[in-house]
Design a protein around this ligand. Structure first.
Ligand SMILES: NC(=O)c1ccc[n+]([C@@H]2O[C@H](COP(=O)([O-])OP(=O)(O)OC[C@H]3O[C@@H](n4cnc5c(N)ncnc54)[C@H](O)[C@@H]3O)[C@@H](O)[C@H]2O)c1
Length: 291
């Protein structure tokens, strides 16, 4: 596939053109990814063949699932994460490339120019605390990673997208982009801000062939959620084994976690030509949490 041989077109990033762990060093998995994508082209009519996608937080959970779903549709995927080894592993798996980057270093993103067709703003973290006890530095960290960095990446990607009159921005929001929960002030504020940023991007980008949408998962089976269980138990004063039913799934109509692949399929559809008229929208997949 032609796109696999292209030079990386992420400019002004602190990595060289052949980051450690990409196909040069891990030939077999990269080849497997190539074969998978070639097969998808032939069998499924890959809708994203020839497209370059950047997925932040692509080393784990939802980001890794998105990288796989986009690659399965033929996209060449750049896996961006502060976890360089994790990003390299996913990149090798999908025949793409890794970009080891700490998105909290926003000054490095201010002069960035991205040559991608699809941008998935997905990297995220969580801190659980009452507002009274919330560390200001922890609040700022979440807003920086989950609102300011997406703004800077969109800003870096739009000129190329405008030039080619095509682009897809997909922002991994949350049910917490639309609703609030106690003890998540920074996360809820960042996700509500991301919803606004996404809509402004949709308004400005519409005339240039660029769509921008949010995806709003309920609780998904990922390390981010597994890591919350102890904190949720402590702050709600309940045993850890009750957190899933009493806190996380309490508002769900369908009492199970969302699987990462379910969200990734929605993301791949939003990136496709079938979703060309979908913009400024927020797509829930929360088992009825927000109903
Ligand atoms: N898991 C859920 O239940 C759920 C629900 C709704 C929304 N989301 C959102 O989905 C996104 C992904 O969450 P996940 O559950 O897959 O989490 P995860 O912890 O599995 O993955 C997050 C990834 O982001 C990366 N990351 C964190 N800080 C970074 C930084 N400073 N620079 C670069 N990369 C960084 C991590 O290394 C990790 O690979 C987040 O935005 C989260 O808010 C998750």
């Amino acid at each position: 596939m032609a796109e696999a041989t292209q030079e990386p077109q992420v400019e002004q990033i602190p990595v060289g053109p052949s980051p450690a762990g990409t196909e040069a060093q891990t030939g077999a998995p990269a080849l497997a990814g190539e074969v998978e994508r070639a097969l998808a082209d032939v069998v499924g009519g890959a809708s994203l063949a020839g497209k370059r996608a950047l997925v932040t937080g692509g080393a784990s959970g939802l980001g890794a699932a998105c990288a796989r779903a986009l690659a399965a549709q033929g996209a060449y995927v750049i896996v961006a994460d502060r976890d360089g080894a994790g990003a390299a592993a996913v990149a090798a798996d999908v025949g793409g490339e890794a970009w080891e980057v700490d998105l909290l270093d926003t000054s490095a993103l201010e002069s960035l120019k991205l040559q991608v067709d699809i941008l998935i703003n997905n990297a995220g973290i969580q801190t659980i605390s009452s507002i009274v006890d919330f560390e200001p530095a922890a609040f700022r960290r979440i807003i920086t990673l989950m609102l300011e960095a997406p703004f800077l990446l969109i800003r870096a990607a739009l000129p190329h997208m405008y030039e080619q009159n095509y682009g897809r921005i997909i922002n991994m929001s949350s049910v917490h982009g639309l609703r609030a929960s106690s003890f998540k002030s920074a996360y809820v504020a960042a996700k509500h801000g991301l919803e606004g940023l996404s809509k402004v991007t949709a308004r400005e980008g519409g005339a240039h062939g660029v769509t921008s949408n949010c995806v709003n998962p309920g609780y998904v089976r990922t390390p981010l959620v597994e890591g919350q269980i102890a904190d949720q138990a402590r702050i709600h004063g309940i045993p850890a084994e009750e957190v899933l039913t009493e806190v996380m799934l309490a508002k769900n109509a369908i009492k199970r976690l969302v699987e990462p692949e379910e969200i990734a399929n929605l993301v791949a559809w939003l990136a496709s030509d079938q979703a060309a008229m979908v913009t400024g929208s927020s797509y829930g997949m929360d088992g009825g949490w927000s109903a």
